[in-house]
Design a protein around this ligand. Structure first.
Ligand SMILES: C[S@@+](CC[C@H](N)C(=O)[O-])C[C@H]1O[C@@H](n2cnc3c(N)ncnc32)[C@H](O)[C@@H]1O
Length: 291
């Protein structure tokens, strides 16, 4: 027998679909708190993530879930759970090799030489955002490989991300074949342990150099406290931000860098379109931006 009119099942489906109005509400809420701009083609993506959270918190409708986010989440825990599902965490070791080569062979060498002359053996690097840790561990491997007696240096690699789940993975430091495919073989055998299950564990001397922190990069108050960096890597984040949040963040990074310090963005992100504060030069056939 065919049902006539609206069935309870159809009602339920309707209340689980994020309407255009709800999408507007949710996406501007997310944007204000994180800087992440969700375009309208992300409606299905947002719906599936919101539905997942609705099942867990037992919200009866999307409207009900939005009410929880706005009025029933004083410590922001539910908002954080939603954000953990919305972030795009794609990353791998030695991503954008030519850029890392410019960093390793030219910029790092210049900063190290200057610091040795000044009698200053501190080096501070920020991997923001770090996702599951491949980027900050890559930087630590490069420091080990490039600096003579790296243990004589006080090295601090701050690795931060907004996604708490991905930070747990980063701290575990275990990676499958796909993630390490671009690690030069001599570094793979020197800085990783191959485990029985075929996965790779990053060696303790590399792990020790990296400190993970849960940070929201669009929270200017939090970012303002970070200072004195020689290098900031902010790769493959700004593509998810709009022009205003990009500029705000890059302005903060400028303040956080030491004079002569370098900033590296992802290959599809251009500093010169965002800020005129940085100076640019060619290093090893690569354009690099510095303060
Ligand atoms: C594509 S990954 C980039 C990882 C690495 N930098 C790379 O290039 O391989 C982007 C990361 O940005 C993080 N993210 C997004 N919005 C953020 C925010 N407001 N504050 C901090 N991290 C954020 C996501 O959780 C995600 O792990």
């Amino acid at each position: 027998m065919r049902h006539k009119g609206v069935t309870p099942d159809m009602e339920r489906q309707k209340s689980r679909a994020v309407s255009l109005g709800e999408f507007e509400l949710l996406s501007s809420f997310i944007y204000r708190k994180t800087g992440i701009r969700l375009e309208s083609q992300k409606l299905y993506f947002l719906t599936t993530r919101v539905n997942k959270r609705m099942d867990i918190v037992q919200a009866e409708s999307v409207a009900d879930y939005i009410r929880i986010l706005r009025f029933g989440d004083p410590d922001g825990r539910e908002f954080q759970n939603l954000i953990n599902l919305l972030t795009v965490n794609e990353t791998y070791f030695f991503r954008d090799f030519p850029q890392l080569q410019a960093f390793a062979e030219h910029c790092l060498d210049e900063v190290i030489t200057r610091k040795i002359k000044e009698g200053n053996r501190k080096l501070k690097i920020w991997s923001a955002p770090c996702s599951s840790g491949e980027e900050p561990y890559t930087l630590a491997v490069i420091l080990h490989a490039m600096i003579d007696n790296v243990d004589d240096w006080e090295v601090e690699i701050l690795a931060s991300d907004i996604d708490q789940n991905i930070l747990k993975l980063a701290e575990g430091a275990v990676y499958d074949n796909r993630r390490v495919r671009d690690v030069p073989p001599e570094y793979l055998s020197r800085f990783f342990q191959r485990r029985r299950d075929g996965k790779y564990l990053v060696n303790p001397e590399i792990r020790r150099m990296v400190t993970f922190e849960h940070l929201n990069l669009s929270d200017a108050m939090v970012i303002r406290k970070r200072k004195g960096f020689d290098f900031i890597f902010c790769r493959n984040l700004l593509i998810y931000f709009d022009d205003i949040s990009r500029k705000n963040l890059v302005d903060q990074f400028y303040i956080a860098l030491n004079p002569g310090g370098y900033i590296f963005l992802g290959s599809s992100e251009s500093i010169s379109r965002i800020s005129t504060a940085f100076r640019v030069k060619r290093k090893g056939g690569y354009f690099v931006y510095y303060k």
